[in-house]
Design a binder for this molecule. Sequence first.
Ligand SMILES: [Zn+2]
Length: 317
Amino acid sequence: MHLGFRGLRGGIFILFLLLFGASCQNFSTQVFGSNKQDSLSIIDDMEHVLKHEPLLLDKWDSLRRNQLIFTVDTINPISINNQKRKLKDSLRREFNKHPKHVFLTFDDGPLVGSFAIDSLAKAKNVKVSAFLVGRHENMGNARKRDVQRYKANPLVACYNHSYTHGYNKFANFYSDVKASYDDFVKNENVLDLKHKIARLPGRNIWIYDDVRVIDLKSGAKTADTLFTNGYKIYGWDVEWRINSVTGVPVQPLVQTVNKMRNFMNNKSSQTPNNVVLLMHDDMFQTKNGRKLLANLIDSLKKENYKFEFMEDYPIKY
Ligand SMILES: [Zn+2]
């Protein structure tokens, strides 16, 4: 490993190796190639590194996972935490130059309310993601038509939310890993789903690429089994609830949009510039609920967010 500390004079440099990752070799050579280590030159060098690393999100990941090398100049000491903070700020500024992405996800359809989601996706020309429950399709011809409309709409992506939804008894559902896994397979077959993208009922679990985030242990084994069998499992970042009967929002629209914006810009988020919003199809069965969804989409458009399908998560630069 050649670190290339050329021209170092007047300081003893201590190398801190924090779980050295292959992708960060540039970082050490570029950032600390100068013997003038005031905060300004470090930021300049970071900007240089940013241009040479292939993916911004990979750099962000390396930082979050402590996989970067930092050095300390004992004459002009800058703490590692300070350096990390400066790098994070610097990365955040880079992310701000890129588009930001929202993933509108609707669970438990087909239900009364699915029709409104389908229509609004078309009217507003935005992509939405539907996590479907096959058992609901058998509750009548109207629900069958909901699924047909979703599938015929190129702005709606249909994904797997299990066939039975565990009959809402989640601990019991996940206690039998094979049965719960089979329930997802059944859903895939019954609904003829094209993507191996799933969300677990009652659980905010993420398993994709090398990410594995578990909220409740019950369900983790089912999620792992799905992942082993080619599925990506996605949870959510922000949830919005509207009383399905009255159409009164549990969280005001403005608060939800603010939360999404804050999450998007969060300096410690797992995936900067990407926010997954969870909603449920039955929230949009009243006129008021439908109006709120239209307003939400308009508000997000005003922020210049791009609307994405869950299968494309996360959008990387
Ligand atoms: Zn659900």
